[in-house]
Design a protein around this ligand. Sequence first.
Ligand code: DAH
Length: 357
Amino acid sequence: MFCASKKNLYLRRKFEIMMLEKIQNLLAEVEQLKAKNAEDIEALRIKYLSKKGEITALMNDFRSVPAEQKKEIGIKINELKNKAQEVINGLRQTLQQSDGEETNIDITRTAYPVELGTRHPLTIVKNEIVDIFSRLGFSLAEGPEVEDDWHVFSSMNFAEDHPARDMQDTFFVEAHPDIILRTHTSSVQSRVMERTQPPIRIVCPGRVYRNEAISARAHCFFHQVEGLYVDTDVSFTDLMQVLLLFSREMFGEDTQIRMRPSYFPFTEPSAEMDVSCTLCKGKGCSMCKGSGWLEILGCGMVHPRVLELNGIDSTKYKGYAFGMGVERIANLKYQVKDLRLFSENDVRFLKEFEAAN
Ligand code: DAH
């Protein structure tokens, strides 16, 4: 392409300028080289440094450079070649390093630092209640929080005009006067009895709702655990024995219980049960208001009409049932004075139960 053999000064000068320009352009190009992967780098090596590469071609042209310019151009070509080699080696090194980093990343490792959560005090207490009863042979049953009037009231023998059905107690789902938020977990008794024949031995934990103003002592939602046992030979003494065992597991070996007559539409006879005060052990203190006793649950023998309403032959079977408030038990165990603390989710309060987890 270049004809250095012509001893024409003009042409020689032109050839020299072209060579220098080419070297400069290639140098600028080489300094900007970039590569994403090993294939890119190999392509660059071939483009500039291989036998057919641009820098090698330049070196071939160099042979035709007149002797007096050989030194200047030779130095520049060498610089260019070294630069290209240096840049390509640099790209190789960077790629190897980042490859190394990638393989060292453990993507299965959890983010740091991990703050462990704790169980909610009501979950701790609910689990403890369910655990105790499961050791006594009760299995777990659950039902819906949005219920119908039948399962909450009618099937549990509530009269049509029973005050518990009142707007003041019950949350109704608008447009569906029959659909309500359950006011107690006794509805799960009905849900289980209608699809199961005895023997039935279940505990049913869950959230319940009542239309009450929120204060330290009342809330519009809280939690209960319901118990139901239906079989051929069930007595009030069996009920008392099971509840005594439960109370001693829950509150300590020396706990005493007492039954007071009461009324619930779904049990007959009905009772409310007290345990000896967990704080003063029955001597009388501010927690038990000097009586030595604390009320913890309602219970009784399942009303025969409830058995019949739910498809169970009341001439063949008997049953007992009980229901307790989880917040109430948690209050007695942990002396939480204000019910609202259970639903505010203040981390400082929740962290106090870390040790109980
Ligand atoms: N359902 C009652 C309430 O919410 C508690 C209760 C009392 C449940 C006596 C029972 C029972 O199973 O036998 O106040």
